[in-house]
Design a protein around this ligand. Structure first.
Ligand code: NAD
Length: 303
């Protein structure tokens, strides 16, 4: 694959906006498209050219990056009548960075390959702060050749670009990881709530458990109880970060995948039920660590 210089970037939301800006900052010629005029204005201010349609953004470009909400958006942006497949030049590379269901990722990549295009699914871990800082972790599914080509495109937005396996493997890693994260956050929150009820000092419990076998990322990097980890959203009124609604979306994707693969994941199912309850009580736009407020009885309907 020849050197990639021109990139179409589609989906300029909380994540895609800063990612496109980093691509432009790294010297790629970026043409951006989103349904939102405000997002287009921001992209222009950040050094991108803008287009009025997917077709206009994609035509003649070396690579296409998409950062869209869900599988149905990815299917229609790629496969629709004026979509990526209908507009891309021969030999273009496609990187879908959205978090979507494994089947949609595989179907769209299969269609791309049938038409002679290389495509990777490359969902990210890291959230809006990492998208702005260019320090996302990309989990990439696709052939060795597609991964090699994608690496140079994803690098300006990344602290790590990791090959997970064939098409769909990036999405599979992402949803398994986030299922574990949702479970570990709830478990960590329950432990802090119980510790307090038993009269323990929060900091002292943290100091001991974080050096004992209860230690985990949700505790030491993102503690749901205010105090022990100054940078965690718990110390900033649970502003996201990574919203509870996004966590619920990923837990639903994990349960869909568990069901379709005949896998028993009872804690994943319970985590989904608890985040669905938090969402229905108005917690969706709160950081996902804010679920501790529902578990300790402090939730009042707003963070
Ligand atoms: P967002 O809702 O802020 O942005 C999505 C953008 O896509 C919007 O600007 C929307 O207008 C645009 N869009 C939708 N349909 C379109 C179409 N047909 N053509 C062009 N643009 C279209 O969402 P986000 O927070 O940026 O998340 C994007 C993806 O990244 C999601 O799949 C999400 O799960 C994943 N993700 C988000 C985070 C996070 O912390 N926000 C972290 C990791 C992964």
């Amino acid at each position: 694959m020849s050197t990639i210089k021109t990139v179409a970037f589609i989906g300029l939301g909380n994540m895609g906006g800063p990612m496109a800006a980093n691509m432009a900052g790294a010297g790629f010629e970026v043409t951006a498209f989103d349904l939102s005029e405000d997002a287009l204005e921001l992209a222009k201010a950040n050094g991108c050219a803008t287009a009025q349609s997917v077709a206009e953004a994609v035509g003649g470009k070396d690579a296409v990056i998409t950062m869209l909400p869900a599988g149905k958006h990815v299917r229609s942006v790629y496969g629709g009548p004026d979509g990526v497949f209908a507009s891309a030049r021969a030999g273009a590379l496609f990187c879908d960075c959205s978090t979507i269901d494994v089947q949609s990722a595989r179907d769209v990549a299969t269609d791309a390959e049938k038409m002679g295009y290389a495509m990777v699914d490359s969902p990210v871990s890291g959230g809006v702060a990492a998208a702005s800082a260019g320090t996302l972790a990309f989990m990439v599914g696709g052939t060795d050749a597609a991964f090699d080509a994608a690496q140079s495109v994803l690098d300006p937005m990344a602290k790590a670009v990791l090959h997970a396996g064939e098409s769909g493997a990036g999405q599979a890693v992402k949803i398994c990881n986030n299922m574990l994260l949702g479970i570990s956050m709830i478990g960590t929150a329950e432990a802090f709530v119980l510790a307090k009820k038993l009269g323990l000092d929060t900091q002292r419990f943290f100091d001991i458990s974080s050096k004992a076998s209860g230690q985990n990322w949700s505790m030491t990097s993102y503690c749901p109880e205010p105090g022990p980890v100054p940078a965690s959203p718990a110390n900033n009124d649970y502003k996201p970060g990574f919203s509870a609604a996004m966590m619920l979306k990923d837990l639903r994707l994990a349960q869909d995948a568990a069901q379709s693969s005949g896998t028993s994941t009872p804690l994943g199912a319970e985590a989904q039920a608890l985040y669905a309850m938090f969402d229905s009580l108005g917690g969706g736009s709160t950081d996902f660590s804010g679920i501790i407020q529902m578990l300790n009885g402090d939730w009042t309907g707003k963070s």
